[in-house]
Write a protein that binds this ligand. Structure first.
Ligand code: SAM
Length: 181
């Protein structure tokens, strides 16, 4: 991890801004190396830590990357962190994807969507983004094991809609879901 990225990570930790775990970082890096998306989206940004992890890999594939954040101070911090990397090609929005005009925000079809947000809304987020992803798309959901009461709706919704998914346990008590169309 670069000095700047480690600084961003430590800054988030000191301010209690949630970021993805080291094992999720490793998984995401490996996944994006194997599946270099042309159009990648992340819900949500926080201060841009996981966005930069993805951008480091996708920059050499001339990918487009957009991310969205609900909190204005977090959004501002993310923009400032992206500028440390000269990642001006990242499109960051200050918006709530569940309550906005998505057509205005998403111009391209997406290949990979990484979702790391309110666990109880995961199924709503997938529903909101599904129409914007291409065949063979992937949706990756973070923290799907630990917060059982919050993710119950997600598992119910996935089963109800016959959506196949794979759970990867990455940490002792947590892990991610990968959904492929
Ligand atoms: C777990 S953090 C994301 C951490 C980020 N993936 C990282 O590792 O750097 C979740 C963020 O989602 C934001 N958020 C929650 N609900 C949202 C919504 N409906 N729209 C946009 N952002 C939202 C919160 O403000 C918070 O900053």
């Amino acid at each position: 991890m670069s000095f700047i990225l480690d600084h961003i990570k430590q800054d988030c930790i000191s301010k209690n801004v949630p970021i993805i775990s080291d094992n999720t970082v490793a998984f995401l890096q490996d996944f994006l190396r194997k599946h270099p998306a042309k159009n990648y989206a992340e819900l949500w940004t926080a201060q841009g830590f996981s966005t930069i992890i993805a951008a480091e890999i996708l920059k050499s594939h001339h990918a487009s990357l957009w991310t969205r954040e609900l909190s204005y101070p977090q959004y501002k911090a993310a923009i400032s962190n992206f500028s440390l990397y000269w990642y001006h090609w990242i499109t960051a929005y200050y918006a709530d994807v569940l309550n906005c005009d998505r057509e205005k925000f998403i111009s391209d079809k997406l290949d990979i969507v990484f979702i790391d947000a309110q666990k109880s809304h995961y199924h709503l987020m997938i529903e909101s983004i599904r129409a914007h992803v291409v065949d063979d798309w992937f949706i990756i959901l973070d923290d799907v094991i630990k917060f059982k009461s919050k993710t119950a709706k997600l598992y119910h919704w996935l089963d109800e809609n016959n959506i196949r998914y794979t759970v990867h346990q990455l940490d002792d008590d947590d892990g991610i879901i990968v959904i492929q169309k």
